[in-house]
Design a protein around this ligand. Structure first.
Ligand code: FAD
Length: 321
């Protein structure tokens, strides 16, 4: 298997933009065929790597017969590790599991990474994660990592053979290539884009190899972000992440939840669409235009957020690759 950073280098050398995408584990109760049926139609576009998101626990409150509320901790989309192993096994394509600070102690993280290493997974995306739904601010676990930068440092320690248990003798080194998240329109909690870029640089200096961006719908935001990162001394690859709009509801949800602008022109096209199928088509056309311009600008990889459904991503890939 290969490191994402090498896939990026190959794409740059061949001057050929590669296609990659991110999938979500299915809701608990569904089987692995749900995943394969979404990946199969995208394989002809030869993705060098596929990301698999990680979903932390949620708190549900169930009313008991006595009227009191019972708190239940559930993970609605488990299976990230298993899906990554299944992808590598079935398609011989590098799988990139996402790993979070939130919900993990450092011990859990170490065990997660050991599993990855044993499965022959050499790439990992290091993220902080969001606050659990019932909390306003992100709270790290007791004995967990606070920022993605801390998580990158822990992974780099393991790459040096430094485990949490300092008494281990002859411990073997892992060899993970680590990606991190970047935000062209700044992370929602960051006081300014400059401070966010400052901390992005710290994640890369800690050892991360490349950046994948949050979705954006205006390419100029990406180009400006890359220029600012370069001016701040960031030299590592910055892969654009794209998501085609697919429902009318997302017009309100995306700006609020991800702090990402939707350009007026796109908003109006969605508003004027007569049904969901028409909205989906608007999203596809917009994403094709974005992809073509980014490809023209020479980005090494275009990374698509599939959100578990691949029909729209396939239509985009057919038009772009
Ligand atoms: P960080 O880099 O830790 O940054 C978080 C905030 O803290 C930022 O505002 C930053 O400016 C600030 N900051 C960073 N370092 C420091 C520091 N040392 N001191 C002070 N402030 C600091 N979420 C999931 O739950 N599962 C996923 O699989 C997932 N995949 C994602 C993939 C991509 C490509 C992206 C863009 C996001 C993904 N997310 C995922 C969402 C992500 O977890 C959230 O956006 C989260 O709020 C921030 O994660 P981060 O790794 O960017 O955090």
């Amino acid at each position: 298997m290969t490191k994402v950073i090498n896939h990026i280098a190959q794409a740059l050398e061949k001057k050929k933009t590669a296609f990659s995408f991110e999938i979500l584990p299915p809701l608990k109760g569904q089987n692995i065929d749900t995943i394969f049926s979404n990946i199969d139609p995208l394989m002809e576009f030869k993705p060098p790597f596929i990301d698999v998101t990680y979903h932390r626990e949620e708190y549900l409150y169930k009313e008991r017969p006595d009227g009191l509320l019972e708190k239940k901790v559930v993970r609605k989309r488990p299976g990230t590790v298993g899906i990554c192993a299944a992808i590598q096994n079935r398609y011989s394509v590098d799988a990139v599991p996402h790993v979070l600070c939130g919900g993990f102690t450092k011990e859990d993280t170490e065990n997660f990474l050991i599993d990855m290493d044993f499965l022959g997974i050499e790439n990992v995306m290091a993220l902080r994660g969001d606050a659990v739904k019932s909390e306003t601010y992100f709270k790290p676990n007791k004995n967990g990592n606070t920022y993605a930068q801390d998580l990158v440092e822990q992974i780099m320690d393991l790459n040096e053979g430094k485990y949490l248990d300092e008494d281990l003798l002859n411990s073997s080194k892992t060899d993970f290539c680590v990606g991190v998240a970047g935000y062209p329109e700044k992370h929602m909690e960051a006081p300014s884009l400059e401070s966010d870029i400052h901390f992005l640089k710290k994640k890369l200096e800690a050892g991360a190899c490349y950046v994948v961006t949050q979705m954006f719908f205006d390419n100029q935001k990406y180009f400006d972000f890359v220029a600012k990162c370069r001016a701040a001394g960031i030299t590592k690859p910055i892969i654009p992440g794209l998501k085609p709009l697919s429902t009318r509801k997302q017009l309100n949800m995306i700006p609020q939840r991800f702090s990402v602008d939707v350009p007026d022109e796109l908003v109006m096209e969605v508003v004027k669409s007569k049904d969901t199928a028409a909205v989906r088509q608007v999203g596809i056309e917009w994403c094709i235009q974005q992809s073509k311009e980014l490809k023209e600008a020479g980005v090494p990889v275009l990374h698509y957020y599939s959100m578990g459904k691949s029909d729209n991503i396939r239509q985009i890939a057919e038009a772009v690759f």
